[in-house]
Design a protein around this ligand. Sequence first.
Ligand code: PBG
Length: 335
Amino acid sequence: MFRIRPRRLRKNSSIISLTQENWVTAEDLIYPVFVQAGSENQAIKSMPNIYRFSLDNLLREIEESMEQGIRAIAMFPVVEEEFKTLSAEESYNPNSLNQKTIRAIKKRFPELVLISDIALDPYTSHGHDGLIEDGKILNDETVKVLALMALAQAEAGADIVAPSDMMDGRIGAIREALDANKFFDTKIMSYTAKYKSNLYAPFRDALGSLGSKKSCKENSDIPKDKSSYQMNYGNSREALRELELDIAEGADIVMVKPAGWYGDIIQTFKQNSTIPIAAYQVSGEYAMIYSAYQAGYIDLEPAIIESLTAIKRAGADLVLSYFSRHCLRITQKIK
Ligand code: PBG
């Protein structure tokens, strides 16, 4: 008969749990949140159950998240149209919504790890992550603004700054600016392999950063998409090149984004580096799972746990997910 039977370890739920290799826990989760200037929360059509919070409600949301065990949030501001310009000056304004929110959060929750996003898209009228001249995204000029932005956020109290723009050389330039201003302990979580994905659409809806499409129609000088800076999803070796550069330039944490369809890239990062790997389960991944549930096609809670466990299994040390709180409600109920 058969001597070796893998099914022995699948006999019941206790032995299955004892031999499970990867788990999603509160320690690994980073909860992305949106903040806006109004006093009422706003629903986001393409992201059911996710809100653009008013500052007061965001503080309450963070308090409840921390009670569940969440230690880190990634914050994204919804910038009002009147503050959007071609040169994105609002991005480094010390009194912007983003900087004010950082100060308010860190005052109330000093032990929370606050991750602040660095990219120009919420602040440019066209919604691109860079400055534009003659129809081209300007790399080095954009990086100068990103460094100013990092300083403004570090001054406001951000623990980690997270460049999500994909300009060349930005990690080194930001590290240099931070160090020159004695922010030696401000960490950089780099969006190292950020692919040009269709899965960011709900996020752009949340932020109102869809400008690029609109102004593109009106103005042929605006690039029609982000393909001159975000990575081609047909490539994996290129991600290694970005990884080598970001580590050499001083990144503390590197990220793969999106997460679910990019498990191979997460695994490659894990095998080729010694610093923590983050993976971002993005807005479109959230929307796909949630809308399949709403249509009655899949069960929500097991799908949430499966999707996040798969990202851990690929090799992610940290996972950014809009499902963070929902995930902990499920796992803490099981416990
Ligand atoms: C832009 C940015 C994007 C996301 C995070 N930062 C979208 C984009 O590149 O257009 C997407 C996050 C998500 O989809 O959840 N700097």
